[in-house]
Ligand binder design. Structure first.
Ligand code: AHR
Length: 512
């Protein structure tokens, strides 16, 4: 068994602006664990302009589109290699009745999206449009069913409509609506946030409902559903415990949600924040590790064989909406602070992939910590978070390489976050490393070596002059990845300075 250990010995240089880190990779000791590509999952909800205007503009739009999907957004998402997309919510899922969203678009039900701003929902984006989008992106579908305001029959028939090839009235309906063959639906959520917007239920009551609903969700035509229980909010370990003990079968995964918000009444501006607010956001972001450990501890007791996966199927930053936008639409800008949150979170997820098999950042377009922002005039901008996901593609399905480090920490009000966070993986004969320097003004010297001999090196950097830097429709390329060449290979080790506020990825081919 091979194992790579990165040892970071941090030497504090008093009275100096530079910290120094020695990174040693012991690549002879990797244990074979894979970082599932689904860690890089996305989430799309009928919320604000995530679907309408973001993913979908309709075939008659003047905005260039492919069968109604925004062409620029499709291309950007294809470049991201999205492995799985969650839909239609979120809170919207438990208000969604799938029959509203099938059949001729002009005849579909018009409803008020009461969860998200009372916006008119014309259902022109429904089951067909979502599942066809997944096929266009080459990703798996993760559909969230309605427990809160739906029925067992409605959910059971939805699964049948999407995945069955046996003759029945709903299958005939699907065919009449233009889809002959069933789709593949790999993941199916039994409600969302059942403790809150999904029905305000106690855990025990939800676990009974879960058993009842899943009894009627059948596997058709070789489609094997991965059934996902609506999991806990942040640190609510009691919820996980009740579900793990109360649902003894029919649950392949349980979810958890975690946002970086500290005070729901004062979330703060996405772009105008103090250095202290930056530090507080990062400290909250990395505290997800404690929440993950807490849920895993409980899961391990009930399920020592680790048959049930943990999906972090909503996570990310949540700030005040952009001034002048609908408060119910959760449209926020995304700065290099968000990129730091994304990279630190992904580095943490990598460590727990023996239990965490999926994560879905919230959300893919125009909502919360979005990958992509669009406007109705047809502009599109890629956020710093998009760039992190794009740079981190190198970790999808890579073998996890444990990182032992003794990294210095930054602290704020007694809470801490790493000054330099590192993750490593291996795939196709190359070692992949990402380093995140969270310091606002200190560059850090790094010496990185491996057990094996290093071959060719490729490196990229995402950096900024100010942590508040972000991309706008007027200036879309303020923050974007660049090639990184300022390293030296000396005595078998890479030596480089990682600038403050920067993320660097390396792909290092291993000499045989
Ligand atoms: O992502 C926005 C909302 O946050 C989702 O709809 C809900 O599940 C969560 O509370």
């Amino acid at each position: 068994m091979k194992r790579i250990i990165i040892v970071i010995a941090a030497v504090a240089l008093a009275a100096s602006a530079q910290a120094q880190n020695i990174v040693v990779i012991h690549d002879s000791e990797a244990d074979g664990r894979i970082i599932p590509k689904e860690i890089y999952g996305q989430f799309s909800e009928h919320l604000g302009s995530c679907i309408y205007g973001g993913l979908w503009v309709g075939r008659d739009s003047s905005i260039p589109n492919e069968d109604g999907y925004r062409k620029d957004v499709l291309d950007a998402l294809r470049a991201l290699q999205v492995p799985v997309l969650r839909w239609p919510g979120g809170c919207f899922a438990d208000d969604y009745h799938w029959m509203d969203g099938i059949g001729p678009q002009e005849k579909r039900a018009k409803i008020s999206n009461n969860t998200w701003g009372g916006t008119m929902e014309d259902n022109s984006f429904g089951t067909h449009e979502f599942l066809d989008l997944c096929e266009k992106l080459g990703c798996d579908a993760y559909v969230s069913g309605n427990v809160g305001s739906g029925t067992v029959e409605e959910m059971a028939k939805w699964v049948e409509y999407m995945t069955s090839d046996k003759p029945s009235t709903v299958v005939d309906m699907r065919k009449a609506n233009g889809r002959e063959k069933p789709w593949k639906v790999k993941y199916f959520g039994i409600g969302n946030e059942a403790w809150g917007c999904g029905g305000n239920m106690p855990a025990e009551y939800y676990s009974y409902l879960y058993r009842r609903y899943t009894t009627y969700l059948r596997n058709y035509a070789g489609n094997a559903l991965c059934r996902v229980a609506s999991g806990a909010n942040s640190y609510d370990y009691g919820w996980t415990e009740t579900l793990m003990n109360g649902i003894d079968s029919g649950m392949e995964a349980i979810s958890m949600h975690y946002y970086t918000v500290r005070d729901w009444n004062h979330k703060g501006s996405a772009t105008e924040f103090s250095d202290r607010e930056y530090a507080l956001t990062l400290a909250k972001a990395v505290d997800i590790e404690n929440a993950i450990k807490g849920h895993i501890r409980i899961m391990d007791k009930a399920d020592p064989g680790r048959k049930v996966a943990l999906f972090v199927d909503e996570w990310g930053t949540w700030f005040d909406v952009e001034p002048g936008t609908n408060p119910g639409h959760l449209f926020q800008q995304s700065t290099m602070r968000d990129a730091m949150v994304a990279a630190l979170s992904l580095n943490i997820f990598h460590k727990y992939t023996d239990r965490i098999k999926m994560s879905n950042i919230a959300q893919v377009v125009n909502v919360l910590q979005a990958m992509i922002l669009t406007d109705p005039e047809g502009h599109m901008v890629l956020t710093p978070t998009y760039h992190v996901f794009e740079m981190y593609k190198i970790f999808q399905d890579a073998e996890f390489l444990p990182v032992e480090n003794d990294t210095p920490v930054c602290s704020v009000s007694g809470e801490t976050y790493p000054s330099l966070s590192v993750t490593a993986g291996r795939k196709d004969g190359s070692i992949r490393v990402a380093l995140v320097n969270t310091e606002l003004s200190k560059s850090q010297k790094v010496t990185l070596s491996c057990d094996s001999e290093m071959g060719a090196v490729e490196a990229r950097i995402l950096t900024c002059t100010d942590i508040r830097d972000h991309n706008t429709f007027e200036k879309p390329r303020t923050v974007e990845p660049l090639g990184f060449y300022s390293y030296k290979l000396r005595n078998g080790a890479l030596e480089f300075m990682i600038p403050a506020r920067s993320i660097i990825t390396f792909t290092i081919s291993q000499k045989q």
